[in-house]
Design a protein around this ligand. Structure first.
Ligand code: NAD
Length: 493
């Protein structure tokens, strides 16, 4: 198995992008520092301060004060700043993409896609905030008129995962800025560099430096306990695993902090006999390999109806087997490394156990030896329902396929999970598409669509996949309070 390596030009360009980072240093980490690694080589690419709880609380004060001033700016002003942010992020696309790829591992092409996707949230909110919502109602009993209005909720704490280090941050910062809030931001310690660069570019575009304060730390427990005990915090937005989300909800309960939670998934991908085969295979590849499968909406369990199963498995396997592994910034790499060694070990265990239980390995299944955290694009067919891989969030480039006979049977299997984020259905029958989408317990359904996320859509999960929504008008409401004025009216003569 060969691993593609990058050209000297690409290495030099990405090194230059890393060196341009604010406060970037790279040396053996001291006691109050931590290192950031390139998952393709395991080389250290930065050393950053490991901020303590006192520092985080200090940042709350700075962001809170700046947020109060920002809340008094006009929607027009905030919109213009956000449009400038969009232009700046797009102008710096190459630099951002190199940093994303080097610290997180995804291919440069995907990192470019993430920059656009992340910036699109900024542009979407820049437009949305120009139409401040509010409404007018009559008291049904007469005698008064009710006006409702929305105001910024106040200081926000934003905690993001490593898998989309730019998009998961802008999906929170853009609506916070649009609503008129300041924020303290904690990126994942595996991928803090993208956040630092994104926020720096926002400042260059006109966002006040005191408004968005980034805290780099490995001590995430100490961070969340300190900031969520602080009465100035009025909003928590978290994206990450369900276990951590549940802990944070417990901490947020103390001061009754409004919380949005974008948590884990276990998405079913259902292919019916009446699907367009070519389109289903294309969607299946996209839903699995976007971000190397390290996406909360990645297809996790493939259910294929018996009449189309052999042809689907053949077409899908052919596509997955053709994917080339390589360093994310290598020319021609189709799949980069995954995030760390523990992920590779988990994939090996999941695949081995499924095969022991009777699953058929169609392609992939191994991790190349040597430095870097790589795992091949893998297809397993006829995976038994009891295998761990059929029950847990894989978060990697492995597709686990099982076959079904009836719609009723597949719906029962698809919904047999505590998660409810994404799901996918491939069929050319409109009635079936809508009936199945209605019956799936999921916050979003890709219908003949392997990439359903969009800034205009209210992204979020049902069941243990989350609370609240990101993106769209609903995402803005997460950073607002709804209030009303009840105005008494007496008869006048
Ligand atoms: P994670 O829960 O381990 O970490 C997420 C973030 O929380 C990181 O910044 C981490 O440092 C921080 N964190 C961990 N413990 C904390 C604590 N006690 N207090 C405060 N912060 C803490 O998740 P991850 O491994 O980074 O990301 C993968 C998970 O995220 C998957 O389950 C995936 O499905 C989920 N995810 C969900 C969405 C979504 O929109 N629903 C999007 C991306 C990822």
């Amino acid at each position: 198995m060969t691993l593609l390596t990058p050209s000297a030009e690409r290495i030099a360009a990405s090194d230059a992008a890393l060196k341009s980072l604010p406060g970037h240093v790279n040396h053996e980490p001291g006691a109050d520092e931590f290192a950031v690694l390139d998952p393709a080589t395991e080389e250290r690419i930065a050393t950053l301060p490991n901020r303590d709880a006192a520092y985080a609380v200090e940042q709350l004060g700075i962001a809170d004060e700046a947020g109060r001033a920002w809340a008094r700016t006009t929607p027009r002003h905030r919109s213009e700043v956000l449009h400038l942010v969009y232009d700046t992020l797009i102008a710096e696309r190459d630099r951002l993409a190199f940093v994303i790829s080097r610290e997180m591992g995804k291919t440069l092409a995907e990192a470019n896609g993430e920059v656009q996707y992340a910036a699109d949230y900024v542009r979407w909110y820049a437009d949305e905030l120009l139409r401040p919502a509010g409404n007018y109602r009559e008291n049904p009993a007469g005698g008064s008129t009710i006006l409702t209005k929305r105001s910024p909720i106040g200081l926000a704490v934003l905690i993001a995962p490593w898998n989309f280090p730019m998009a998961m941050i802008t999906r929170k910062i853009a609506p916070a800025l649009a609503a008129g809030c300041g924020a303290v931001i904690k990126p994942a310690s595996l991928t803090p560099l993208t956040t630092m660069l994104t926020v720096k570019l926002m400042e260059r575009a006109g966002v006040p430096g005191e408004l968005m304060r980034v805290v780099t730390t490995k001590d995430s427990g100490a961070f969340s306990e300190a900031v969520l005990a602080d009465p100035r915090v009025r909003k928590l937005s978290f994206t990450g695993s369900t276990g951590v989300g549940s802990t944070l909800l417990g901490l947020a309960a103390k001061n009754v902090v409004k919380s949005s939670m974008e948590l884990g998934g276990n998405a079913p991908f259902i292919v019916f006999d009446d699907a367009d085969l070519e389109r289903a295979v294309e969607n299946a590849v996209q839903a699995k390999l976007r971000n190397g499968g390290q996406s909360c909406i990645a297809a996790n369990r493939y259910y294929v109806q018996e009449g189309i199963a052999d042809a689907f498995v053949e077409g899908f396997t052919e596509r997955m087997a053709a994917v080339t592994l390589g360093h994310g910034i290598a020319e021609g790499a189709g799949l980069g490394p995954v995030i760390n060694r523990a992920a590779v070990e988990n994939f090996t265990r999941l695949v081995d156990q499924a095969v022991e239980l009777g699953a058929e390995l169609r392609t992939g299944g191994s991790a190349p030896e040597g430095a870097g955290y790589f795992f091949e694009a893998t297809v397993l067919d006829r995976v038994p329902a009891v295998a761990d891989i059929a029950r847990t969030e894989i978060f990697g480039p492995i597709a686990a396929i099982s076959r079904f006979r009836t719609q009723e049977e597949v719906l029962a299997a698809a919904n047999d999970t505590p998660f409810g984020l994404a799901s996918y259905v491939c069929t050319e029958n409109l009635d079936r598409a809508l009936n199945v989408a209605d019956a799936l317990e999921a916050g979003l359904v890709g219908i003949n669509n392997g990439v359903p996320s969009n800034p205009a859509a209210p992204f979020g999960g049902l069941k243990q996949s989350g609370l609240g929504r990101e993106g769209s008008g609903e995402g803005l409401e997460e950073y607002q309070e709804i209030r009303f004025y009840n105005i008494s009216r007496r008869e006048t003569a």
